[in-house]
Design a protein around this ligand. Structure first.
Ligand code: NAG
Length: 216
């Protein structure tokens, strides 16, 4: 009986530790980010609550389409803590993403957030890949009004597969989700990952790697 209690207690401790492995719960009503503070904390230091205004909790312009005239044909309009200081310590943020016809958000991960996306215009092919060793690709074509979730840390992508332009809104479970773009990480780092490492990792000739590195 006592050992059962111990197991339950241990599981509870583990569950709590897992919850707090994400963003910590606020210890006050709000902690509006003070970007001028030199204090080094996890997140950003709090503005004096007496200085806080309604605008600190607000962002405008998400109705405006982003400029998708680029090689990927997509544009991200972030509303992270950098754009909306009131998000600091709240563990949440959002973004608008615009897609030209065939526009792409390339394979990437958010190290600190799960993402939930809804299509407001157009048609998107979305997908993510599960971790090793399965590496299973899970995809779906989303129509206007459909919602899809990308679990935290997993590599995912979005592509416009409709006839016109498309846009979606994402919510993320971090004030600052972070973005790791797989192509840029592998082939566009500064300094570069040595070519022989990538050649062996990807099982191709070093000249293929040099060609890819030249793209980024
Ligand atoms: C969109 O971006 C392109 C490429 O940077 C630029 O030439 C164009 O002027 C921009 N369009 C608008 C409406 O800002």
């Amino acid at each position: 009986m006592a050992s059962h209690l111990l197991v339950v207690a241990s599981l509870l401790v583990i569950a709590c530790a897992m919850v707090t492995a994400f963003e910590p719960s606020p210890l006050q009503d709000f902690c509006v980010a003070d970007p001028t503070s030199s204090a080094k904390v996890n997140g950003l230091a709090c503005l004096d609550p007496k200085m806080v205004q309604a605008n600190h909790f607000s962002f405008s312009g998400l109705h405006i389409p982003g400029n998708t005239s680029n090689s990927l044909g997509s544009a991200v309009s972030p509303v992270f803590v950098g754009q909306l200081p009131g998000l600091n310590t709240l563990g949440i943020s959002m973004a608008r993403i615009d897609y030209a016809p065939w526009g792409l958000i390339p394979p990437h991960t958010h190290p600190r957030a799960t993402e939930i996306l809804t299509v407001l215009e157009g048609k998107l092919l979305v997908g993510f890949v599960t971790s090793n060793p399965e590496n299973r690709l899970i995809t779906k074509v989303l129509e206007k009004g459909d919602v899809f979730v990308f679990p935290i840390g997993l590599v995912h992508f979005q592509r416009n597969v409709g006839y016109g332009s498309a846009f979606s809104i994402s919510a993320l479970s971090s004030q600052n989700a972070g973005v790791v773009l797989i192509p840029n990480t592998l082939f566009g780092s500064t300094p570069s990952i040595p070519g022989d490492i990538l050649a062996k990792a990807l099982q191709v000739d070093k000249s293929v790697i040099e060609k890819l590195q030249a793209q980024f």
